[in-house]
Design a protein around this ligand. Structure first.
Ligand code: BMA
Length: 316
């Protein structure tokens, strides 16, 4: 039995796995939970990040506005399913990730600079006042995801360097910092291996600490004659040296299938950016952008997913 190491958070969203469903990750039946109609200035609301906050939840949401510019706004929820989104833009950019480290909330996102995308970093204690730090990378990078605690005394960031186009270069690396200002100690983590992820991969939600290592959900991209297909995979990284991949599922765990995933501004996209976990039950609720248009929710448990990864392990 694998265990989540972390707090018990009783009120995370949950539905039991449908009887007879053969796969380890199942969708919320009321998907999508946030649509483009949730904010008046939105063209679309999708790849977004949420964390437990107070007696409920807070999040940072990707809103592409009606000029099709990329913006981030804050939202709050009691049940992590129904969200009130602010109409104030906190940063420009896209694909936010959030994590709590030592009582502060850290936001990383794809920051837009004249020279290409970098990983922006900002910190808040109340989701109202934000302090923006130096960008963590030089251009061109995307998918910057912080670990939720220091490892060996250092902040650790997963990152995916890429080019100015739509990323022929697509491997995940780690970089580390003692102060979130100067970064180094770079390590290669993993590259695309299987067909479903062959074009590029990028870290998804904040890694989940388990007694088996760090559970990492990530996205992988297939190029077909119809364009890109984004699916979700999973791996387990070493607890102390997270650039070491201990286990990695050979197949995707969630791929575009439902209409809201296959039809939208960018069809065939499942793009996970956040997960809520309950250590008491092992439940995991995964938030993902669907077709670059809406936010959807899927469920698994730490047992289901760790068992699946080990039973379909690419690492021999
Ligand atoms: C990626 C990012 C994501 C997006 C995906 C599919 O490069 O821009 O935000 O969901 O492409 O369009």
């Amino acid at each position: 039995m694998a265990k989540i190491l972390g707090p018990a958070i009783k009120n995370i969203p949950w539905q039991e796995k449908p009887a007879g469903y053969p796969y380890p990750v199942w969708r919320y039946t009321e998907n999508p939970i946030i649509t483009r109609d949730n904010l008046f200035f939105a063209n679309s609301i999708f790849n977004s990040a949420v964390v437990p906050y107070g007696d409920g939840f807070a999040g940072v949401f990707r809103v592409d506005d009606r000029t099709r510019y990329h913006t981030l706004v804050v939202g709050y929820s009691k049940d992590a399913i129904h969200w009130d989104l602010d109409d104030k833009v906190i940063f420009n950019g896209y694909d936010p990730r959030l994590c709590e480290i030592e009582g502060k909330y850290y936001l990383t996102w794809v920051n837009l600079t004249p020279h290409g995308t970098t990983i922006g970093v900002a910190v808040t204690e109340d989701f109202k006042a934000w302090t923006q730090l130096e960008d963590a990378t030089y251009p061109v990078t995307r998918n910057g995801v912080l670990f939720p605690k220091k490892i060996g005394g250092e902040y650790v960031l997963l990152v995916r360097p890429c080019d100015r186009g739509h990323t022929p270069y697509g491997d995940i690396f780690i970089q580390r910092s003692k102060d979130l200002n100067y970064w180094g100690n770079y390590r290669f983590v993993m590259e695309p291996v299987q067909n479903w992820e062959m074009t590029k991969i990028g870290a998804g939600p904040t890694p989940i600490e388990t007694d088996e290592g760090w559970l990492l959900f990530y996205h992988g991209v297939l190029t077909s004659c119809n364009g890109f297909t984004y699916s979700m995979g999973a791996a387990i990284l070493d607890k102390d040296e997270p650039w070491k991949v201990l286990h990695r599922a050979d197949s995707f765990l969630l791929a575009p299938h439902e209409l809201y995933e296959t039809v939208g501004d960018v069809p065939n996209v499942v793009f996970p950016c956040a997960a809520l976990t309950d250590a008491a039950t092992g439940r995991i609720a995964i938030y993902y952008g669907a077709a670059d248009t809406t936010v959807a929710l899927a469920f698994t448990t730490v047992d289901e997913v760790v068992d699946y990864i080990k039973a379909h392990d690419l690492i021999k």
